[in-house]
Design a protein. Sequence first.
Length: 236
Amino acid sequence: MRRTGLVLVLAAAAAAAAGCGVRPETVPGTAAPLTGTGTPAATTSTPTGTQTSPATTAASRTGSPTGPPTGPPTGPTGRPTGSPLPPVPADFSPLTRSGFGVAISMPAPDGWARKPSSSSGLIRTDVDLENPEVLLRVDLSARDAGSAADFARGNEAAARLPEYRRIAITPVDGVGDDAVDWTFTFVRDGTRQVVDRQILAGTAAVAVYYSAPVALYQRYLPVWQRAVRDLTIATS
């Protein structure tokens, strides 16, 4: 019985050595570097994608840009939103020009910039609010054959305005020898609306023109209405 027990103990020891291998020894010195391809479980990897900052996340919720400010927003008139508009003028003084056999005088608003110019075929004065751009203009030129409506249609054909759209060419009674109001819209920094009174008088053609952003057209229209109401034309 004692011999049998000893055999069993030796057999169990041999099986344990075969299954578990030899216990490793600790060798003094610096540890060798890892050469395997596996990643140690304790290693923390760095994300490779772009991280979203708190500011970007907040901007995505509100729709606000994350870049530098680009200036205050502007309205349809080109002025910063909330900026007060210049008042409708109350003070006027005469604007006079002569040429092509006529002399004209009409009231123009004080405080608006007056910009006279002339060429061999045209005498012009622009009276400009500038900011926002609201323009009152008077032109003198030589009269051609035909009616005031013909004169307006000739100017229309030569205008080449972007996205031009005629509203009307309307006869005006009791002004000069013949007159029409030519109204239209075109696009330049937004849509602008125009009324241009084309007048034939003696040997000259006189045009009193008013242009404004559509949002301001009615606001400053009294400037043009006063100009054409009190316009005087003297023929030689």
